[in-house]
Write a protein that binds this ligand. Structure first.
Ligand code: UD1
Length: 421
């Protein structure tokens, strides 16, 4: 199994380009199941989660062509097997995104329950209840969600909790329902907006995406379209933290500054000079040690849970004491134990972590536990003395495109090695 070895102590400097957003590419790939014609999707990041989604679509009978320049064409007209098996769903929870489109367009779906997850229970009850409200008949049996429906019927759905993929699943299903669907307490993430724009390009009538009320006027059919996925705001934020933690100067090109407001605010609070243009962000730490910043995660536009682990790494070496409160996932703190192995001084009480910044960390073997946790260990490794050896980096490959290569472009000493530690 591959590992990453990071030698700390280099101040990062230079420019990287943001890749397409994983969390937009996945629902947009799933949306191809709704169409009567092929979809051409551009700026698709080359990631393991994307490969998993493509494999899933392929197994169902879709014809998928992966072209040059990050373009993927999906022709899902002939779905023969509306089935998402456990072996794929357990490696990628976002597989649940095929449920809504399958029920709406193919009137049937069998999708494995995602099962346990390293960052909390993460149930899918709201996806299921929403589909039932739209008229689907759902049975949970043998670890699978079995759903059947004739043509779905529009309904008013109030989500108890803000759920990103739940909003996306129901929005997709509603595009082919009879009549109007209103989703209240909808997620406002930019990826939801990107999916809505793609659905509209396919002929759907979705309005209000980006607010907490999304209205969908159902259509008889949707066609194909060409759509370009928006840049990844979490990858963007991760590279900016890499600049900040090393006291460096990093520019991220092809980015959308308006999608990372909360993160940029925290980086400024940490002492970074941040400048932005229409499609770039530059961070300059001028060699300074970051100041400790408090973080409280919440749905967009608040501070994203997907950036919490990276800020924990920043706070571990910051000047001062900080508090991190994770409100989205109850157990998203696995990285803290690993950061402690690198010398971080912290304590955890329920959903609140208190981190007392130390002047330096020291390299050690550590283990990646989930996608963003892995990124935080790499960031910590960039400033730890000596070598940090990170195992189980398949988590990183799920969501960061050419991570070590891009960090290398900024001057980091990082290499991928194969075999056991
Ligand atoms: C998405 C993102 C993930 C991000 C998360 C929160 C994708 C592919 N993944 O995950 O990177 O960390 O949003 O920003 O876009 N919940 C329920 N019942 C449900 C659904 C969710 O109780 O039916 C709860 C979850 O347990 C969690 C909260 O709602 O506590 C938010 O989860 P949700 O927004 O659904 O996360 P995902 O969509 O899985």
């Amino acid at each position: 199994m591959d590992r990453l070895q990071v030698s700390g102590g280099i101040r990062l400097s230079g420019e990287v380009r943001a890749s397409g957003a994983k969390n937009a590419a996945l629902p947009i790939l799933a949306a191809s199941l709704l169409a009567d014609a092929p979809l051409t999707i551009g700026n698709v990041p080359h990631l393991r989660d994307v490969t998993t989604m493509i494999e899933l679509l392929g197994r169902m009978g879709a014809r998928v062509t992966v072209g040059e320049r990050l373009q993927v064409e999906v022709d899902a007209r002939a779905i023969s097997e509306p089935f998402a098996p456990y072996e794929l769903v357990r490696t990628m929870r976002a597989s649940i995104l095929v449920l809504g489109p399958l029920v709406a367009r193919h009137h049937e779906a069998r999708v494995s329950l995602p099962g346990g997850c390293a960052i909390g229970a993460r149930p899918v009850d709201l996806h299921v209840a929403g589909l039932e409200a739209l008229g689907a008949e759902v049975r949970i049996e043998g670890g699978y969600i079995h759903a059947r429906a004739g043509r779905l019927t529009g309904a008013r759905i109030v989500l108890d909790t803000v759920t990103v993929t739940g909003t996306e699943n129901l929005m997709m299903a509603a595009t082919l329902a009879r009549g109007r669907t209103v989703i209240e307490n909808a997620a406002r993430e930019p990826e939801v907006v990107d999916l809505a724009a793609c659905l509209n390009a396919m002929g759907a009538a979705v309005s209000g995406a980006g607010t907490d009320t999304i209205v969908i006027e159902g259509r008889e059919r949707l066609g194909g379209c060409a759509y370009t996925v928006l840049p990844d705001r979490i990858e963007t934020g991760t590279f900016l933290v890499a600049g900040a933690i090393t006291g460096g100067r990093v520019r991220v090109g092809g980015a959308r500054p308006e999608h990372v407001d909360a993160v940029l605010g925290k980086l400024r609070e940490a002492g970074a000079a941040v400048t932005t243009g229409a499609d770039w962000i530059e961070l300059d730490m001028q060699g300074r040690r970051p100041l400790a910043v408090d973080v409280r995660t919440a749905p967009y536009p608040a501070f994203p849970t997907d950036m919490q682990a990276q800020f924990a790494a920043l706070d571990a070496v910051a000047d001062g004491v900080s508090t991190i409160v994770e409100t989205v996932f109850e157990n998203r703190y696995m990285h803290l134990l690993e950061l402690q192995r690198l010398g971080a001084d912290l304590s955890l009480d329920g959903r609140t972590a208190v981190i007392r910044g130390v002047p330096r960390l020291s390299g050690a073997p550590v283990m990646a536990t989930d996608l963003r946790a892995s990124a935080s260990l790499v960031l910590a490794g960039l400033v730890a003395e000596g070598t940090t050896d990170i195992a189980r980096i398949y988590h990183i490959d799920r969501g960061y495109e050419r991570f070590e290569e891009k960090l290398g472009q900024l001057g980091a000493r990082i290499r991928r090695v194969s075999g056991p530690a």
